[in-house]
Design a protein around this ligand. Structure first.
Ligand SMILES: C[S@@+](CC[C@H](N)C(=O)[O-])C[C@H]1O[C@@H](n2cnc3c(N)ncnc32)[C@H](O)[C@@H]1O
Length: 141
């Protein structure tokens, strides 16, 4: 794991001008097409900067992040839970309406095997016909 993620405060300072709100709007544009979507699984949730805007829009967000520091520095928001875990292996025994993974979380998966086990794991946690939105939403902005 990169050292920067052990330094959650520094991470947040570096990305303080990142437009989480705009990125979250792009996600909401897709998810809001299906009014049944309420519970979102977020892989590599960091401290919950995207979750903050999603919870404000009425979603519940369950985050998974492997950095103890990010989890310890998580925002305290209603309907947001952030758990320590590895996106390749976690098991919540629960299915979600949609999953997201934003801002280069997949860049830290270093092999095809890791990417495949993560995708299998996401699929295991999703209800049928749901969305998995991932990667850098700057593309939509
Ligand atoms: C670039 S940060 C993005 C964090 C957050 N999504 C954001 O936009 O601020 C990447 C995040 O992925 C997490 N991460 C990397 N590999 C992971 C893994 N295998 N399992 C869980 N989290 C992981 C890191 O701890 C870090 O919080």
């Amino acid at each position: 794991m990169k050292k920067i993620f052990k330094l959650a405060k520094i991470y947040e300072a570096i990305y303080k001008d990142k437009n989480y709100k705009l990125e979250t709007s792009s996600v909401n544009k897709i998810l809001s097409k299906n009014k049944k979507i309420k519970n979102i699984l977020e892989l590599g949730s960091g401290t919950g900067q995207h979750a903050k805007f999603l919870c404000n829009r009425g979603y519940s967000v369950q985050g998974i992040d492997s950095s103890k520091e990010m989890i310890a520095n998580s925002l305290k928001i209603k309907n947001f839970k952030n758990n320590l875990g590895d996106i390749r292996y976690f098991n919540l025994n629960k299915k979600f309406d949609a999953a997201i993974s934003l801002f280069h979380v997949f860049s830290y998966l270093n092999s095809n095997k890791d990417v495949i086990s993560t995708l299998i794991n996401v699929n295991k946690h999703l209800k049928k016909n749901s969305y998995f939105i991932f990667e850098n939403l700057a593309l939509y902005s």
